[in-house]
Design a protein around this ligand. Structure first.
Ligand SMILES: [Ca+2]
Ligand SMILES: [Ca+2]
Ligand SMILES: [Ca+2]
Length: 412
């Protein structure tokens, strides 16, 4: 039934892939984290699903969609983050409204190097459960983070799931209390554990950025919160720094979803103690990574922005590659030559996926857009071992695109 509905959905949509340009300028950011631990005892629904990849359908109207692998069912399905795996394939985390146990479920999809699904699993209960961040672990398995409304202490809780190499759950943990707690980002740490950021103790008028350190078994080692008193603050992205500390990109809002807000950087030591914090720009920042020179780049909105920050928080430069404030760079990564690759969305006739390759100074080398009718958004990007890039985006379904080092699509 789901399969049938999906095929209908695919044939109904006529896409054109545009290979044209975004203008230039940039920034980035992402991540998650949180608080206390409540062990779940096998309340995780772990299902395998039969999903459809649209380039396996034979519909003439899809001819121009060649090169894009599509995953999804009849409802909204969203891809949050992608990474290349040790076997040369890819792992995607996101959430699905089409499959699973009800409302959204966390969705984990493993593909081979050609983007062909090897397996997928859903995690969740009857309520809303979403995945935002994934890392491959040293044992070849995966660690996922997001939130669950199905389990935990009440309202949303931070949710961390550890799987083996084929996506079977080994353990999961919820962190939070009766208020709103959500993880946006998880990263491996040098000690074999994990670091998360997001929001904790969120109520109608306030919330705190959190940094949660867990060990390799998911036990909380420490947790710290920042901001939050009569403000609505949350962490978007975290990265471990070369000094074994952490850098968080977050938001500081006078009230939830208010227009009175700013981006907020928090640098901590290895134990989460704040070293400095700084407010930055008035356009949303999404993704941060530390660069080989010890500084940071952050991607964000404001016409797809890229900002380079010194290790002490000083802004070194900002570039913008788009034209409109709500064109956003959702993810940035450093490339092997010291440049950057950014993915986000750009306005043509409507929203399209946009990827921008820059040099080390943030000057654009090339850009590509992928889209057509309807709205497409770019979400996550990574340089691959062959020097090309893997792109993750979404429309109503998850889009997976492989491009070479010049930005040409590779899959047929
Ligand atoms: Ca669910
Ligand atoms: Ca909660
Ligand atoms: Ca769908």
């Amino acid at each position: 039934m789901k399969k049938t509905m999906k095929v209908i959905g695919i044939t109904f949509l006529v896409f054109t892939i545009l290979l044209s340009g975004c203008v230039s300028n940039n920034k980035q950011g992402n991540e998650q984290g949180n608080e206390e631990t409540n062990d779940l005892t096998n309340n995780t629904a772990n299902q395998e699903n039969d999903i459809i990849q649209s380039n396996e359908t034979s519909d003439d109207s899809n001819a121009e969609k060649k090169g894009i692998m599509i995953f999804g069912g009849s409802r909204y399905d969203f891809g949050s983050e992608i990474i290349q795996t040790l076997d040369g394939g890819y792992i995607i985390v996101g959430y699905t409204g089409s499959f699973g146990n009800g409302d959204d479920d966390v969705w984990l999809i493993k593909t081979d190097a050609n983007g062909r699904e090897q397996w997928n699993r859903t995690f969740g209960g009857v309520k809303e459960d979403r995945g935002f961040s994934v890392q491959q672990t040293s044992d070849g398995g995966y660690i996922l983070a997001g939130y669950t409304y199905s389990y935990g202490a009440g309202s949303y809780d931070i949710w961390v799931i550890k799987t083996n190499t084929i996506g079977e759950e080994q353990w999961n943990k919820t962190f939070g209390e009766t208020s709103l707690d959500k993880a946006n980002s998880i990263k491996n740490t040098n000690d074999g554990g994990y670091i998360l950021t997001g929001i904790t103790d969120g109520w109608s008028i306030d919330g705190y950025v959190f940094l949660l350190k867990i060990d390799s078994a998911g036990n909380s080692q420490w947790e710290k919160t920042y901001g939050g008193f009569h403000t609505y603050d949350y962490g978007v992205s975290v990265t471990q720094t070369q000094d074994n500390g952490y850098m968080i990109v977050g938001r500081h809002e006078k009230a939830p979803h208010s227009l009175n807000w700013y981006n907020w950087l928090v640098k901590t030591d290895a134990n989460g103690n704040e070293v400095w914090n700084k407010s930055l720009s008035d356009e949303s920042l999404y993704s941060i990574c530390q660069t080989a020179d010890g500084n940071y780049v952050i991607s964000g909105c404001g016409g797809i922005s890229l900002t380079k920050i010194a290790i002490n928080g000083t802004e070194l430069w900002t570039k913008s590659y788009g034209k409109i404030s709500y064109e956003c760079g959702k993810s940035v990564r450093e490339t092997s030559d010291g440049g950057y690759i950014i993915i986000g969305n750009i306005m043509n006739d409507n929203e399209d996926i946009c990827v921008i390759r820059t040099d080390a100074s943030g000057d654009e080398i090339w850009n590509r857009t992928f889209g057509g009718p309807n709205y497409q958004y770019g979400q996550s990007v990574q340089q691959t071992t062959d020097g090309g890039y893997i792109l993750l985006g979404y429309e109503r379904d998850i889009w997976l695109i492989k491009i070479d080092k010049e930005g040409n699509t590779e899959w047929t």
